[in-house]
Design a protein around this ligand. Structure first.
Ligand code: URA
Length: 239
């Protein structure tokens, strides 16, 4: 998490009062523009953070993890391997956490960061960040399924989903594969959407989240830092 007011307090050792004065005196600039919002999320990798003529640096971590099946999306767990357990000790820090949640038996793209505010923005329902999953189900998928996803699926418990996109890759009576794109994130959403269509998900992998795509060079369990270009694509989510 890097709010600009916290950054100023820790880097410049100002009191809250001095810090507020810097804002009022228009001495705080991001990318050359006066910033008045103390809670603004910044990262010096993609923003020029200028305070009273000095340039401030942040130190956040952003990782793209290929979550393997079997790991739990949690920071701590009594028995099971968590997504944080997959990180080398040199890359670990106490504030690392996963942005969003994949089921234990789901694999694929997971953003792991110390920037909590960024995660909050990416998960906020109003932001409607797209997530695409590759899914295998145990029955035939057809045009009716595509139409139902487009209209908006209603779960068996009555919960109504927003319109989603279903793109069938292979269809056969015993097994079909497809890409599903959703713009929300209900608990077990994709599995429940297919259950509502009378079919069971047998394999699920997240391929994209917003502008991020699963790096095919990453084997399950492997991770890497986001590239500068990936971070720049996330810039609109720094609020
Ligand atoms: N939908 C699910 O059902 N499970 C996941 O892990 C992600 C989306």
């Amino acid at each position: 998490m890097m709010r600009i007011d916290k950054l100023i307090e820790t880097e410049l050792h100002t009191t809250r009062k001095e810090m507020k004065r810097l804002f009022l005196a228009k001495k705080v600039k991001i990318d050359g523009e006066v910033e008045m919002n103390g809670s603004r999320n910044v990262d010096s990798l993609i923003h020029r953070i200028e305070v009273d003529g000095m340039y401030l640096k942040t130190n956040e971590s952003y990782f793209l993890l290929h979550k393997p099946k079997g790991a739990v999306t949690a920071v701590k767990d009594q028995k099971r391997t968590t997504v944080i357990d997959l990180f080398a000790s040199a890359d670990r820090r106490p504030d690392l956490y996963p942005v969003g949640r994949l089921d234990r038996d789901t694999s694929g793209l997971l953003l792991i960061t110390s920037n909590g505010q960024l995660g909050y923005e990416l998960l906020h329902p109003e932001k409607k960040v797209a997530k695409t999953y590759q899914v295998t189900v145990n029955s035939l998928l057809d045009q009716e399924d595509i139409a139902a996803f487009k209209k908006g699926i209603t779960f068996l418990d009555g919960t109504v989903c927003q319109p989603a996109e279903l793109h069938i890759l292979e269809a056969a009576p015993a097994e079909s594969t497809a890409l599903v794109t959703i713009w929300e994130g209900k608990f077990h959403q994709v599995k429940k959407m297919f259950l509502a269509r009378g079919t069971k998900v047998t394999s699920l992998e997240r391929k994209t989240m917003g502008p991020l795509t699963l790096d095919l060079r990453l084997l399950p369990g492997q991770y890497r830092s986001l590239t500068l270009s990936e971070l720049k694509k996330l810039k609109e989510y720094f609020k």
